[in-house]
Design a protein around this ligand. Structure first.
Ligand code: CP
Length: 317
């Protein structure tokens, strides 16, 4: 594996899940593979799970890890090419990236969508420069349009919990007070479309995702109908993708909150969310605390997805 930025980089999903379960069974079996190798993780945005799980995964492999919060203690970085740098950003990515690359063997980058320019976001303005200029394998720790380590962990979790070979999996929009990127739903859709699951997306009108990510999924605007017979409910908020409303909140309709009444329409579905989650906006207390809520094992699998990705990259170095 050269870089890990989307589902295309993981190859055969069945093999990837089998490898993940092998890693989970004995996560210290490759504890010398990363000896004298260094992972730098660069965060342009906040994180709890990605930071801790990826660091733990790297340490399981014997790697050294350095973490840099770009917003705290580092120089502010200019990302646009050709600008006159007379503002508050004293360093350009074009110098910072190769410098960081010179200190490490693998680079992890978290850089969210700005939600002001769809072109910048969907061209992956920041991540693509790391891929182009670092001369190191790059792992997306969530980019403007995708969150592949999360989606891989989601897939592992579904494979562990599914009760039927081809479960109905529903991605549902839910309300949130702030405008959020489409990275998690895009990525989840991309990974679910790479399986043979019965995959349905439900959201209010106006929240259509980029058709390149929707792919072969069925879109159902009636959330109740979408939930019927579902075995997994994956909740997430996202802002509008379609023009002219890119990045905007069009609805905060709390009738879309996932609650017990809606879950009763499902086939005793498991509830999933990538976390952090706003309780009683996205999901009711009763659902997230129910026996079928698997948000904690889902988050725990972030260590496993990260370890498989780092292991595969290390095996090529
Ligand atoms: N799910 C996820 O990526 O969590 P963090 O933002 O806390 O890393």
């Amino acid at each position: 594996m050269e870089h890990f930025t989307s589902v295309a980089d993981i190859g055969d999903l069945k093999k990837a899940v089998a490898e993940a379960l092998q890693v989970k069974h004995d996560r210290f079996a490759w504890d010398t593979l990363g000896r004298n190798k260094t992972l730098v993780m660069l965060f342009f945005n906040s994180s709890l799970r990605t930071r801790l799980s990826t660091q733990k995964a790297a340490q399981n492999l014997g790697m050294n890890v350095m973490v840099l919060d770009v917003a705290q203690g580092a120089w502010k970085l200019e990302t646009e090419r050709g600008v006159i740098m007379d503002g508050d950003k004293p360093e350009h990515l074009l110098e910072a990236i190769p410098v960081i690359g010179s200190y490490c063997d693998i680079i992890g980058v978290r850089s969210f969508a700005g939600l002001t320019s769809k072109a910048d976001d969907y061209n992956e303005l920041v991540l693509s420069q790391f891929v182009q200029y670092s001369r190191r394998p790059v792992v997306s720790l969530e980019s403007a349009t995708r969150h592949p380590l999360q989606s891989f962990a989601d897939l592992i979790t579904i494979e562990e919990y599914k009760r039927t070979p081809r479960p109905k999996v529903v991605l549902t929009w839910a309300p949130h007070p702030r405008a959020l990127p489409q990275a998690v739903p895009n990525s989840f859709a991309e990974w679910m479309n790479a399986t043979d699951y019965d995959f349905v997306i439900t959201h209010p009108h106006g929240y259509e995702l980029d058709p390149r990510f929707v792919g072969s999924a069925r879109v159902e605007y009636d959330q109740h109908k979408a939930f019927e017979g579902a075995e997994f409910i994956y909740a997430k908020n996202w802002s509008a993708w379609a023009d002219p409303n890119y990045g905007k909140i069009l609805s905060s309709d709390r009738s879309w909150t996932v609650d017990s009444a809606k879950m009763s329409l499902t086939s005793n579905a498991f509830f999933m969310h990538c976390l952090p989650v706003r309780r009683n906006m996205i999901v009711s207390d009763s659902v997230i605390e129910s026996p079928t809520s698997i948000v904690i094992p889902e988050a725990a699998n972030r260590e496993i997805s990260a370890q498989v990705v780092l292991k595969r990259i290390l095996e090529t170095l």
